[in-house]
Write a protein that binds this ligand. Structure first.
Ligand SMILES: C[S@@+](CC[C@H](N)C(=O)[O-])C[C@H]1O[C@@H](n2cnc3c(N)ncnc32)[C@H](O)[C@@H]1O
Length: 252
């Protein structure tokens, strides 16, 4: 009898992990479904941040904080938001154990004020991203990036979840510059089933203001200035180098 109840509870917890409301994730984070989810940071996040300067990051729906902890260890100033207080408690405990600093808040993305031009990175792994895309774009600083990993609709052929159609994720962040987009059958790192699923991944940056002036042989040249490329006369115009006729350049 007790065994049946335990199995039923675990199954319920797993189902909630895939379909449930935020507060229901607490049972997962208390371990009632066993150790079914990885505590390693998301591999796409790790790859995309290689060589990127650590600044100010927001991890939306941080869960137990696997990505926030990775970011903090890499020197980022991290805020994580998560409605399941058990997830936040575990993230804070792990941060304390590892001597890392994270700001972890029990709240939802509906309640949290994302602000405007605030963040250099916003992380959305296995989150209800569609609802908040416009907020995310507004909240990124110029040059800041959003990172998303989630399931394509086609995953429904193997498991009843998945919400993005072909290239939908790119359209959702249409104002951003796509640095990487992937649509692949692969093993998700948030999954109770251990199946290959169709995943979509996006890393996209808010365009920074265009720099003025040009570079010539790695040295800065102001707009309006001219240089010689052999006998060819070039002027630094607003859009970049432009050839000009009858300039000062002559064969030596
Ligand atoms: C599938 S888990 C992914 C957790 C984490 N992003 C990761 O990749 O490890 C989804 C998380 O989103 C959280 N969540 C659900 N609704 C939310 C909301 N409205 N605002 C913020 N987080 C939410 C859940 O509590 C849960 O922890």
């Amino acid at each position: 009898m007790w065994r049946c109840i335990r199995v039923a509870t675990s199954f319920l917890a797993l189902a909630l992990a895939c379909f449930g409301q935020a507060s229901e994730y607490n049972s997962i984070y208390r371990g009632e479904a066993g150790e079914v989810f990885t505590r390693k940071p998301n591999a796409f996040l790790v790859e995309m941040l290689r060589g990127r300067k650590a600044r100010k990051a927001l991890d939306v729906g941080m869960g137990e904080g696997r990505n926030s902890l990775f970011l903090a260890a890499a020197g980022w100033d991290v805020t994580g938001i998560e409605p399941a207080d058990e997830g936040v408690k575990q993230a804070e405990a792990e941060a304390a154990r590892r001597g890392l600093k994270i700001r972890a808040l029990v709240t939802t993305f509906e309640q949290f004020d994302f602000g405007e031009s605030q963040w250099d990175l916003i992380v959305l792994t296995y989150e209800p991203t569609k609802a908040i895309a416009p907020k995310v774009v507004k909240a990124l600083r110029p040059g800041g990036a959003v990172l998303v990993e989630d399931r394509h609709l086609d995953t429904r052929r193997v498991w009843p979840t998945g919400s993005f159609d072909n290239n939908e994720l790119v359209g959702l962040f249409a104002g951003l510059r796509v640095l990487r987009y992937e649509d692949v059958w692969a093993r998700p790192d948030w999954s109770a089933k251990g199946l290959d699923e169709r995943l979509v991944r996006l890393f996209a940056e808010k365009p920074a203001a265009r720099e003025t002036g040009c570079l010539w042989e790695a040295k800065p040249v102001a707009e309006g200035e001219e240089v010689c490329w052999g006998v060819v006369n070039l002027v630094c115009a607003e859009e970049g180098w432009r050839m000009v006729k009858n300039g000062k350049c002559r064969l030596q």
